[in-house]
Write a protein that binds this ligand. Structure first.
Ligand SMILES: [Zn+2]
Length: 481
């Protein structure tokens, strides 16, 4: 039999014979120092399996390919040679553990499944308005107060019960190690200056007004942002990042930078003084200069900051400061950043936000996405799918939303331009269901991956009702593909 493979390998050649692939089939592993780190070759011929790679990632990916071959060939495989390497260095998936909390055991299942498709970055969204989820030893109230909310009322649904949860530093290390064994680098996201309510609820001095508040209970963009004019508040952020950098050995730290309303800054003496001091004209520049300061602080610790595309608005950030993650960029600022030599991660809202229904983003649409269309192949460092959890109240729902659409992102990150046929990808995705199931993950059934137009319309309308504005519904539906 011929195997199904996701992502599709760069070169695949069938060489004639057949091999019985038993579990105890001998595997020879050879070093090939000339191959790039993530590249490998895999030969299955005359009953033997040979892997060639220069380093651990390449060997790991060869084994993952072999695993897919064993799963989808059911014992007998046509002899083959695969020569493979990824196009993109960043192949990521984001899980939001703030709006609804998902713990260590659930994350491990997702990490295992993501590793099966050669994703190599876990973007861990750890702080937001509705919950602070990472233990910080210098500021214990962040988790004592900020990880707890009395109720959840996302999308107008009253869950009627408290919600809490956070990761101890020991658990963080456990996840980091678990990922490292699977060639996945963890990128923590500590949101700033917006999406900061849970932090301010824990330490009111962090806000412009100093007033007491509680973590938010519903979705949205909230006015209580970090007071960037307050030296003590900025020092707090740096203290937090010191601990974060100690916990995450990877090269990147995501510092958010999206959806930060200006209303508190506009009424704040400290923020006004900061703007005078730096001779800044507007609040976009104030945010840009704050992000630049934090990125520079991280650089001194050997880290590169990633920020959502909104931080480009103030025109203060340069390619040497940050990597930009594009999710929605109506003004095309990412392209300008890319033209100056900036690096971009593509997480297009209309194609890679998998918390939205299949009616809005069917598997076919996710697969057809061209990640190079926006900023050009030279600027795109990678792709990343996002699973936000405002409306994802159970792990089963999370798994259905993410699988199989995550496979489309994995395919694109490895192969680059969308070239293969969708029908082949869809068949291969169905072939992967047993493999995904081994990790205790139940993907959405295949008959719902690409709903017909009337069903799409219904799903979208049901989803958005009462939760988001009609303009967004129209945009979702009118978008390309
Ligand atoms: Zn302020």
């Amino acid at each position: 039999m011929r195997p199904y493979l996701i992502p599709a390998p760069r070169e695949l050649e069938y060489t004639g014979g057949k091999t019985l692939l038993r579990d105890d089939c001998p595997v020879t592993v050879t070093d090939a120092p000339a191959l790039p780190g993530e590249a490998y070759t895999l030969k299955i011929e005359r009953g033997s399996v040979c892997i060639t790679a220069s380093s651990e990632p390449g060997r790991f990916y060869a084994k993952k390919t072999l695993e897919q071959i064993k799963t989808t060939c059911q014992g007998v495989c046509d002899d083959l040679v695969i020569r493979d390497a990824p196009v993109m260095s960043h192949r990521g998936f984001l899980i939001d553990c703030c709006r609804h909390f998902y713990g260590v055991e659930e994350l491990k299942r997702l990490i295992d499944a993501a590793a099966s498709f050669k994703l190599n970055r876990f973007h861990w969204h750890l702080t937001d308005d509705q919950g602070w989820r990472i233990e910080i030893k210098q500021y214990p109230l962040l988790t004592e107060v900020g990880s707890f909310r009395n109720n959840s009322r996302f999308g107008g649904v009253n869950e009627g019960k408290p919600h809490d949860g956070f990761f101890t530093q020991e658990q963080i290390r456990e996840i980091v190690d678990y990922c490292a064994e699977r060639q996945i680098e963890v990128i923590p996201e500590i949101e700033m200056p917006g999406h900061f309510t849970a932090a301010i609820a824990s330490y009111p001095f962090l806000g412009c007004t100093g007033e007491r508040m509680e973590p938010e209970q519903k979705e949205g963009i909230f006015p209580n942002v970090l007071c960037v004019g307050n030296e003590k508040a900025v020092a707090f952020v740096k203290d937090v990042l010191d601990e974060v950098c100690g916990l995450f050995p990877g090269r990147f730290v995501h510092i958010g930078g999206d959806e930060a309303p200006r209303i508190r800054w506009q009424c704040c003496e400290k923020c006004a003084a900061k703007m005078r001091e730096l001779a800044l004209d507007d609040y976009d520049a104030l945010q840009g200069s704050f992000i630049k300061e934090i990125a520079s602080y991280l650089r001194k610790m050997g880290k590169t900051a990633i920020t959502w595309n909104e931080s480009l608005k103030g025109d203060r950030l340069y390619p040497e400061d940050v990597i930009v993650q594009r999710w929605m960029d109506r003004k095309g600022l990412c392209r300008g950043f890319a033209e100056k030599g900036g690096k971009v991660i593509e997480s297009d809202f209309y194609h890679y936000y998998f918390d939205y229904p299949y009616g809005m983003t069917p598997l076919k649409k996710a697969f057809a996405y061209d990640p190079f269309a926006g900023c050009g192949a030279g600027a795109v460092m990678g792709v990343e799918c996002c699973l936000w959890t405002e409306f994802v109240r159970s792990f089963d729902d999370l798994c259905e939303k993410l699988f199989p659409r995550l496979l489309a992102t994995a395919e694109r990150g490895w192969s680059g331009y969308p070239t293969g046929r969708y029908v082949d990808f869809k068949t291969a995705s169905a072939g992967m269901l047993p493999l995904i199931g081994e990790y205790g993950i139940e993907p959405l059934p295949p008959d719902r991956w690409d709903p017909a137009l009337p069903a799409r319309a219904k799903e979208v309308v049901v989803f958005f009702k009462g939760s988001l504005d009609p303009g967004l519904i129209r945009q979702a539906f009118n978008s390309r593909k």
